[in-house]
Write a protein that binds this ligand. Structure first.
Ligand SMILES: Cc1cc2nc3c(=O)[nH]c(=O)nc-3n(C[C@H](O)[C@H](O)[C@H](O)COP(=O)(O)OP(=O)(O)OC[C@H]3O[C@@H](n4cnc5c(N)ncnc54)[C@H](O)[C@@H]3O)c2cc1C
Length: 467
């Protein structure tokens, strides 16, 4: 049995590890375009900030670890074409030649690529690129290019286009490095994956650290600045009221989201689904004989929404594991995502799981969202922090649908979002969340944990709504 994985990141490597675990004798080959298998690209902002060095420490496992786990790595090797009936993969090797790999089962883990917005200087004719200080950020190659700019051009200022979680992590990272950062976001508030009430708190944290935030601002051109200007580049944008906004900067980072990389699978005949991602069943089967797919290149099965597209590392690991097991003849199913995520912004953290009001409504629920606040531990013990919480539940069934949190990075925001994720995963009610037996000691918690206080605030309001 020869298993071939295309892609050496979270999905491809998880699949290979699972296959090796189940059948140490399995013949497993991982084909990847670059030379950095199993790197934690989620850690890139912390390498660029200077907090994690050297870059090799971003590897979840070394090449030697991976080979010891039983896989053969084909680095700097590009998969070009899948011959589905012949079960063959055409590759371009590191030396530049062509080769054909036969497989019994194939797992496509080609991931995602950054969205290139239609901004002059970023996409199309006249795109400036890293040498001029205009960067995208997804791969280790992109990371090295940003680091080259930071080290060789010694920029004093940066504009970040986009204020999603990666843009925010990079605003934090570049500020920590000493750059003056301006962040431009076309939506009315930063971190649009949470409600604007929490986005405003994130906004406040960034502003208090000196990040200039221009929301409702759409960038349309990045051009080289004339010599003697305030920066190497000029960024031209339009504010929500139609007025022109310009900023000079030494570097620009464009981080406005990703799209699934599906070219290979689509050309081989795989069906595409939500957002153009590869359609797979919960067993990660593409519908093409002997071809599985996992990670950022596939649609995401969501426990509350059905099918969606939610590219996250945590999901890619789980889907890859399922694909690896099923490629060996198993019958595992991906249990489904809840979009659980957390991000650190300087000393604060924001997190969400499940659905927000408008998402729940679109999915046929009758949602109500209630905001409340509580201390992470007893306020009389030093170092307590206030957490702002937004619970979404169904008015009729009282089912817990979502939780959003904002609070200090030491306030166990991740642990608390995971309590709610566990509750939603098991279809609990908001009342059930309030009833959970959670731990307590004054330096670390309260007799009612903050998430239970949030649940009780929801229950009070829901009862009011019902009356
Ligand atoms: C800066 C940053 C921070 C992030 N932070 C978080 C976080 O905190 N939490 C979280 O859950 N997620 C985070 N993510 C998202 C997470 O990293 C991705 O969801 C995850 O890496 C997806 O893994 P993947 O294996 O599906 O795809 P990718 O990581 O995109 O990897 C795709 C792989 O396929 C290879 N490939 C593609 N085409 C070919 C081809 N034709 N031939 C050979 N090889 C090919 C690539 O070289 C690569 O090895 C972050 C992402 C970034 C960029």
């Amino acid at each position: 049995m020869h298993l071939v994985m295309i892609g050496g990141s979270d999905a491809g490597i998880s699949a290979a590890l699972r296959a090796g675990e189940l059948d140490p004798g399995a013949d497993v080959t991982v084909v990847l375009e670059d030379a950095y298998p199993n790197f934690s690209i989620c850690g890139i902002p912390y390498y660029l900030s200077g907090e994690v060095t050297p870059w090799r420490n971003l590897a979840h496992r070394t090449v030697a670890d991976l080979e010891a786990a039983g896989m053969r790595l084909r680095l700097v090797t590009t998969a070009r074409r899948i011959d589905v009936p012949g079960r063959k993969l055409l590759i371009t090797t590191a030396a530049g030649g062509e080769e054909v790999l036969s497989y019994d089962k194939l797992i496509v883990g080609t991931g995602a690529v950054p969205v290139l917005p239609a901004i002059i200087g970023v996409a199309g004719h006249g795109a400036l690129g890293p040498a001029a200080g205009v960067h995208l950020l997804h791969s280790m190659g992109d990371t090295f290019a940003v680091m080259r700019t930071l080290e060789q051009a010694a920029p004093a200022s940066a504009v970040i286009v986009g204020a999603g979680y990666i843009g925010l992590e990079m605003a934090d990272a570049l500020t920590v490095r000493g750059l003056a950062v301006t962040q431009m976001e076309q939506l009315p508030e930063v971190l649009p994956t949470v409600d604007p009430q929490l986005g405003a708190l994130v906004h406040g944290e960034l502003a208090s650290r000196g990040v200039e935030l221009l929301t409702g601002t759409t960038v349309h051109a990045i051009t080289k600045a004339p010599r003697g200007g305030a920066g190497r580049l000029d960024v031209a944008a339009t504010a929500a009221d139609g007025s022109a906004v310009t900023r000079a900067a030494d570097m620009v980072l464009v981080v406005v989201g990703v799209r699934p990389e599906t070219t290979l699978a689509a050309e081989a005949g795989a069906a595409l689904g939500v957002k153009g991602a590869i359609a797979v069943d919960p067993g990660m089967r593409t519908g093409l004989p002997d071809v599985f797919a996992a990670g950022d290149c596939v649609i995401t099965h969501h426990r509350l929404l059905g099918m969606t597209y939610l590219p996250l590392g945590t999901t890619a690991h789980k889907q890859g594991r399922v694909a690896g097991e099923n490629a060996l003849g198993g019958n595992r199913a991906f249990a489904g995502s809840l979009g659980t995520q957390v991000v650190k912004i300087f000393d604060q953290a924001a997190a969400r799981t499940g659905l927000r009001d408008h998402e729940a409504e679109a999915a046929g629920f009758d949602p109500v969202t209630v905001q409340s606040a509580a201390d992470d531990h007893k306020a009389y013990y030093p170092g307590s922090h206030r957490i702002t919480m937004r619970v979404t539940g169904d008015r009729v069934t009282r089912r817990l649908l979502g939780l959003q949190l904002f609070g200090h990075k030491n306030a166990e925001i991740a642990k608390r979002i995971d309590i709610a994720a566990t509750a939603i995963f098991h279809a609990m009610t908001v009342d059930g969340l309030s009833d959970l037996d959670l731990s307590y000691t004054p330096p670390l918690g309260s007799p009612w944990d903050a998430v239970q206080i949030a649940a009780q605030a929801w229950i009070r309001q829901a009862q009011g709504v019902r009356a």
